[in-house]
Every structure is written in C-alpha cells, then in structure tokens.
Design a protein around this ligand. Structure first.
Ligand SMILES: *Cc1c(COP(=O)(O)O)cnc(C)c1O
Length: 423
C-alpha cells in the first residue's frame, strides 16, 4: 500500500496542473470523485454571483441588459467553442441539454424527412432516449428508433454502427462519452461512416466537454449538444450548449418559435421571422445569473488546456487502475469501463454486488474515516470521476484505501440495499 502512497505524492509534486486545485472551494477533507456529475465550485464564481446579484441586478436593474447581460451568453459560448473545437458562431448557449437535444433532433428529422430511422444505442443517457421516444410518439409518427445493443454493457464496436447505418437512417445520435461505462466513440470515424450513408450525426458531449479533447470542426461534425455543470464546473442547472455546423445553420429550423430566436427580438413585431445563424436556436430570455456564475469554471478549463487535462486524466486513470487491480479486485470488484485508454473518457465504473451500500458507506462513514464522494448508477455501478482540474493523485489513493477499509470491516452492512434518490 505504501508504495502507492509514495507514488501518489510524487506524481502530485510533478503535476503541472496541481495549482488549479486552489481555485475551487473545498473543505480540504472530502475526496470528491463526482465532478463528472456536478463540478466543484470555482472560488471566482462566488464573487461574480455576488456582483451580478447585488450590483447588476440590485442597483443597475434593467440597465444591466445593455451594460452587461445582452452579450454574456455569446461571450461564454465563444469560450466553449474553443474547448470543443468549433467556430464561435457555431455554438449557442442556453436552455437545458434535454431541450437542446429536442430542438436539434427535431430540426434534423425535418430536414431529412425522406428517411425514417433514428439510430442510437443502449449506452445513451436516459433523457436522450426519452426525447427520441417523444419525438416519434408525438411528432414524427412515421419514424422508428433503432437502438443498437452493447454486447458487454460497456462498449459498441464500429462494425455495429456501420452495420446499422443505411440509406434510411435520418439521424444517428450518440453520447460521445457514455455515462455509465465512460466508453468513448471515435468521433471522426463515426461521422465519416454516417455521412457515407447519408445520415446526420447528433452528438451529446455532456460527459466529454472539459474532460477530453473534442474536435467538432476537424471531424466534420454536424450537430451536438452538451451540458456545462459536469467537467465545465458551471453549477447546478447551468445553461447547456448546442452546436450546428455553419453550413447547416441556414438549412435547419428551430421547431420552437419565440422572441429570442426572432431576427429582431426588440422590434416586437407580430409576425415571426427567424434569426439567421446560430442564434435562431434561441428561445426565451437567457439565465443571466447562472451564465455569469458559469464563466469562471470554463475559463479555468481553457487556462489549463484541454490537451493537458486529458494527459493528466490518463495518468490518473492509469494510477487508479493499477491500485484497483492490486487492492480491490480480490474483493470481487469488476471493472466496467473499457481497457483501452483511447476508448474512454475521464470516469471509471466499478461493479460490485454491494455497490450501492459501498457508496453509502463512502459518503457517510460512521467511524470518522474520510468522506469520499463517488456516485452510483444502477444496477451496481460505483462511478469514480476523475476531474483532472482539481482531483489529486493522493485523493485517488485515499479513495481506494477507504473502499478497502469498507470491505475489510464490512461497513456496507450498516446500509440498506434500497436504491433511492441517487442524483
Ligand atoms: C448529464 C447529461 C444530460 C443532462 O441533461 P439536462 O437536460 O441538463 O438535465 C444529458 N445527456 C447526457 C449524456 C448527460 O450526461
């Protein structure tokens, strides 16, 4: 065990990104391994929120729209564009990931109206599947969903994608990094296969943005959505983003017509005329407080550099995996993430039949041990998220030591095996 501890300390000393840890609020005790679900709070977001609420809203009132707010979403969208490899005028910020997925999926299906199949997989996030089911049930009643099944619950091969693409595929929609196993598709390869079949591709970047380099332009991606409260540290419910490749913007329509998507929102015309460019995908008034609070987290990702973050994440993953193999596999844990580093994002799934109870024991230790926060995904996945911006090697070490302690003391037995309210 000690050799791992020494190694962790050494790796932290040599880590060029270690300095970013102090930019986030922390109690200095809790080991937080859930940055893939809700990123930590950047110190600067506190000051900015105070300023926006007290001064901009409190003092300047409506005047703040012109002074600060009208361009805020665009500025933040420009920063996200750099992180996901897109042009600034291809990213729009606002609404939730679910709603953005609805808008773009609807637009894609309308554009491809001669084709009747929607292709996705069973590793996709539930809200994505629900949105597609709703579209077929309520709007595109002649369409059907073809859901590719993973053979091992971890990954899907490119042969499976290729085999299922056909001249009838209107749209292929996938999570670039899947939420449970962290399996990552090869975006360039999938785009190419889909384009050869005449299909559009709609990517969900929620578990990828801020964790792995994404090259939307370089891989000729059509459409994408993603959330900002995970690896981008935007805060709970922070506005999501959407991407539409420049040449598709004039061809696709926003299915929801509203004043912020109007060509001239402040002329208050009675007739709807859509805006040109990416802002045609807007709907209503942007969420200013959340957008302002989100900016520092995104700026930190940019400062650290996405390629550097990926390098550190891979190193941390490797360290964690070696420790798991040595310390936890003997207790019946099974790795449920891809073995190949090129095929995974920045979190890791460990399965154990007592997974839910082990998670509870990590979060609520009854013996004064350090609190470790992972998360749990049914039926038995413990997810350990590596957020390289603020996760240290030593924290990964502490987490494994603690899980082993829980197994040795059978602490999981103090908790019920009743899965409930897992955020
Ligand atoms: C987190 C996540 C979402 C979240 O959608 P919201 O509308 O923001 O709640 C959607 N898709 C994926 C793949 C996610 O990981």
């Amino acid at each position: 065990m000690n050799k791992f501890h020494e190694e962790a300390i050494l790796l932290d000393q040599k880590d060029p990104l270690a300095k970013f840890k102090k930019d986030f609020i922390s109690d200095g005790q809790t080991v937080y391994l859930d940055g893939n679900s809700l990123g930590r709070l950047p110190e600067k977001s506190l000051d900015i929120s105070e300023d926006v609420i007290r001064n901009q809203w409190g003092e300047r009132l409506i005047r703040s729209w012109n002074e600060h707010w009208l361009n805020l979403s665009k500025t933040v969208a420009g920063k996200i564009a750099k992180i996901v490899g897109a042009r600034e005028d291809e990213i729009w910020l606002g609404d939730s990931t679910s709603l953005n997925l609805f808008k773009l999926a609807y637009a894609a299906l309308e554009f491809q109206s001669g084709k009747k199949e929607i292709l996705t997989d069973d590793l996709n996030f539930p809200t994505d599947l629900y949105i597609l089911q709703g579209l077929v049930q309520n709007h595109f009643t002649g369409h059907h969903i073809n859901q590719i099944c993973s053979k091992d619950g971890i990954s899907i091969s490119k042969e499976q994608i290729k085999k299922n693409l056909s001249i009838n595929t209107a749209m292929l929609t996938l999570s670039l990094v899947t939420y449970k196993s962290a399996f990552m598709y090869d975006m360039g390869e999938v785009n190419k296969m889909a384009h050869e079949a005449g299909s559009l591709v709609l990517w969900d970047l929620s578990h990828a943005a801020g964790a792995v380099p994404v090259y939307l332009n370089k891989t000729k991606a059509d459409l994408a959505v993603g959330c900002t409260y995970k690896y981008l540290n935007g805060g709970p419910g922070a506005p999501a983003f959407l991407y539409v490749r420049k040449d598709l913007q004039e061809k696709l329509k926003n299915p929801i017509w509203s004043w912020f998507g109007h060509a001239e929102p402040f002329l208050f015309e009675e007739r709807f005329t859509p805006a040109q460019g990416i802002s045609k995908f807007a709907i209503g008034t942007p969420a200013i407080i959340s957008t302002a609070a989100m900016e520092p987290g995104i700026t930190l990702v940019l400062e650290a550099g996405i390629e550097n973050l990926r390098l550190k994440s891979l190193k941390q993953y490797n360290f964690l995996l070696r420790m798991i193999n040595s310390e936890l596999i003997p207790y019946g844990f099974v790795l449920a993430s891809p073995g190949n580093a090129n095929e995974r994002g920045s979190h890791l799934s460990l399965q154990h039949e007592k997974g839910f109870q082990i998670c509870q024991a990590m979060i609520e230790p009854k013996n004064g041990s350090r609190i470790i926060i992972p998360d749990f995904r049914p039926p038995n996945n413990i997810r350990l998220g590596i957020a390289p911006l603020y996760t240290s090697f030593e924290e990964l070490y502490e987490a494994v030591v603690r899980i082993r302690e829980i197994m040795d003391n059978e602490e999981f037995a103090h908790f019920e095996n009743a899965i409930k309210n897992v955020p």
